[in-house]
Design a protein around this ligand. Structure first.
Ligand SMILES: CCCCCCCC/C=C\CCCCCCCC(=O)SCCNC(=O)CCNC(=O)[C@H](O)C(C)(C)COP(=O)(O)OP(=O)(O)OC[C@H]1O[C@@H](n2cnc3c(N)ncnc32)[C@H](O)[C@@H]1OP(=O)(O)O
Length: 210
């Protein structure tokens, strides 16, 4: 982990813990007031200098991609569980992750929209690392069994690639039972296709170097 990650990663982790405490703390009103004074002091420090727009995608000096603002995988984003992916030799992508009590939907269970967020990211990443990057065109979910909070597993694989479209399938399980199944179509957008075609023709038309 680089030096910047070592600074901002723990900040996001602190905020994840605070998010859960906001839901489950049972301290009295006076204690909530005192905690808020500390949070206001932290807010004022962090707001001293900020980006003008979203974080977007940045690159490290050695070309590695940083999606630190992403709501599912972002190192800097307390909304993100965060997911960390492992890619198998056959192209399957897996992530073991942990959902704190701030991700509740039905009582005691994971919110279905959070499962959708996670599957969107896992399936989209799977398309990308298997050579067919794209935006989510369609994401279809089947909530087969209730998804608990806590330790969960997601995985996905490319079913097929048809030109600019990757058809990816995956699921979330609690380690024993499949809770949510997903199918997604990921499409390389027209603007990206046009940009890639323009770059390819610029290379073709470039004068020969000797
Ligand atoms: C240099 C490359 C960079 C590429 C970009 C890579 C990004 C990935 C980066 C990092 C991956 C990490 C993982 C991310 C995970 C999270 C992903 C999200 O949450 S994405 C946010 C939610 N999704 C949107 O906001 C999409 C909004 N919709 C659109 O932008 C367009 O509608 C789009 C791209 C889906 C299609 O736009 P068109 O202009 O390219 O479409 P047309 O040329 O008309 O269609 C192309 C083909 O796709 C079919 N198609 C179009 N829309 C479809 C849809 N919704 N579902 C299924 N098929 C669709 C069409 O029927 C057509 O098929 P026929 O060639 O005729 O066979």
């Amino acid at each position: 982990m680089d030096a910047e990650a070592a600074v901002v990663g723990p900040l996001a982790e602190d905020l994840r813990v605070l998010n859960e405490l906001s839901v489950v703390s049972e301290v009295d009103a006076d204690a909530v007031g005192r905690a808020r004074e500390h949070l206001e002091a932290a807010r004022a420090i962090l707001a001293e200098k900020t980006l003008d727009g979203p974080y977007g995608v940045r690159f490290t000096a050695d070309g590695r991609q940083r999606s630190w603002g992403n709501a599912a995988v972002g190192l800097r984003n307390p909304i993100a569980p965060p997911l960390e992916f492992v890619k198998d030799d056959d192209g399957t992508v897996r992530a073991d992750y942990f959902l704190r009590r701030g991700y509740e939907g039905p009582p005691g269970l994971t919110h279905g929209g959070i499962s959708a967020l996670i599957l969107d990211q896992v399936l989209g990443y799977t398309a990308t690392v298997n050579g067919c990057p794209g935006m989510t065109g369609t994401l279809t979910l089947r909530y087969r069994n209730p998804t608990p909070l806590g330790a969960l597993h997601a995985e996905a694989r490319v079913d097929r690639i048809e030109g600019i479209k990757a058809f990816v399938v995956g699921h979330i399980s609690d380690g024993e039972t499949v809770c949510v199944e997903a199918e997604g179509v990921f499409i390389l957008p027209r603007w990206a296709r046009e940009r890639m075609a323009a770059e390819a023709s610029a290379v073709t038309e470039a004068p020969a170097q000797d």
